[in-house]
Design a protein around this ligand. Structure first.
Ligand code: CAA
Length: 282
């Protein structure tokens, strides 16, 4: 089966970015979010990103219009009945993802692949709640999706080899570089990245240096394109906390203990860029 029609569940920064790169690659996209306002924000963000590409002459005005024309939006998953693959990019909470997977299993055609963009949750457990565990797989994009080349392709214990091959090919078609990764908490990217971000939050919490200074150390000392605290704000502090909790619970190792300041920031609603305030103000 060749993949021509992609469903995306969740119109946040990851879901919107995934919808955008799929439409840019010429695929039909059905973007779905139960929250009408989130759907509108997601579509507006896609337009802004495409306009940025237009201003840099990476795409033409005609292409921009065509890309937007390939994205249909809806507040119900019924619109995903005919997709060849559904990519879930909803909130990073396991029982929310399980509910979505049960729903996708019911509404999508039997041969459709069900993928998740989870940044840390077990693909094997998500596959187990469906009647098609062999067709469930992880497809982990990086933020900002239009710019970052990596896609971690994560096999559940149950994933069929043909599904793995199809998803690897799809990632290449989208202009990405797929990396074959096994199913363990945080996979590879977040197993390494999030403890570094959490340590930067500890450094701030313990008064080692200011947020600006911590980020300057990592940018100028290690050549990172952005500092860990600015990156945490880009990812979303709620997502960072969820990933640390998955690592902490999954490995039962205190080295993954989320920094109390990270928890407090989330409790206060300081979620980073998306809420206008995180370690920095936007
Ligand atoms: N859409 C379209 N174009 C975009 C864009 C977007 N959303 N964001 C940036 N760009 C383009 C800009 O137009 C610019 O294009 P040119 O090179 O043609 O000028 C280019 O990207 C660079 O952008 P900027 O000059 O504004 O800024 P920058 O050089 O600092 O790059 C960045 C921005 C690409 C985000 C860079 O800072 C970076 O690579 N940061 C690290 C990001 C990262 O680590 N991501 C992984 C997060 S972890 C994750 O996602 C996994 C998880 O599960 C949590």
């Amino acid at each position: 089966m060749s993949i021509k029609h992609v469903g995306v569940v969740g119109a946040g920064q990851m879901g919107g970015g995934i919808a955008q790169v799929c439409a840019l690659a010429g695929l039909q996209v059905s973007l779905c979010d139960q929250n009408e306002a989130a759907l509108e924000r997601g579509l507006a963000a896609i337009k802004t990103s495409l306009e940025r590409m237009l201003s840099k002459e990476k795409i033409s005005a005609e292409e921009l219009a065509n890309v937007l024309g390939r994205i249909q939006s809806s507040t119900t998953t019924v619109s995903l009945a005919q997709v060849d693959i559904a990519i879930e990019a909803a909130t990073e909470v396991e029982n929310i993802k399980q509910i979505i997977f049960k729903d996708l299993d019911r509404v999508c055609k039997p041969e459709a692949i069900l993928a998740t963009n989870t940044s840390s949750i077990s693909i094997t457990r998500l596959a187990a709640v469906t009647q098609r565990p062999g067709k469930v797989i992880g497809m982990h994009f990086m933020n900002p999706v239009p710019m970052m080349k990596l896609v971690e392709v994560i096999r559940a214990l149950q994933t069929d080899d043909t599904v793995f091959t199809q998803v690897t090919e799809l990632a290449k078609e989208l202009g990405k570089v797929p990396v074959d990764v096994n199913d363990a908490p945080g996979f590879v990217a977040n197993r390494i990245l999030l403890p570094m971000i959490n340590e930067a939050v500890f450094a701030l919490y313990e008064g080692l240096a200011s947020a600006e200074e911590i980020d300057t150390v990592m940018k100028l000392g290690m050549g990172h394109p952005m500092g860990p605290l600015a990156l945490a704000d880009l990812i979303g502090l709620d997502t960072c906390l969820s990933i640390m909790e998955v690592l902490h619970d999954g490995f039962s190792d205190s080295k993954y203990r989320p920094c109390p300041l990270l928890k407090q920031m989330v409790d206060a609603g300081y979620l980073g860029r998306k809420s206008g305030r995180g370690f920095f103000s936007y």
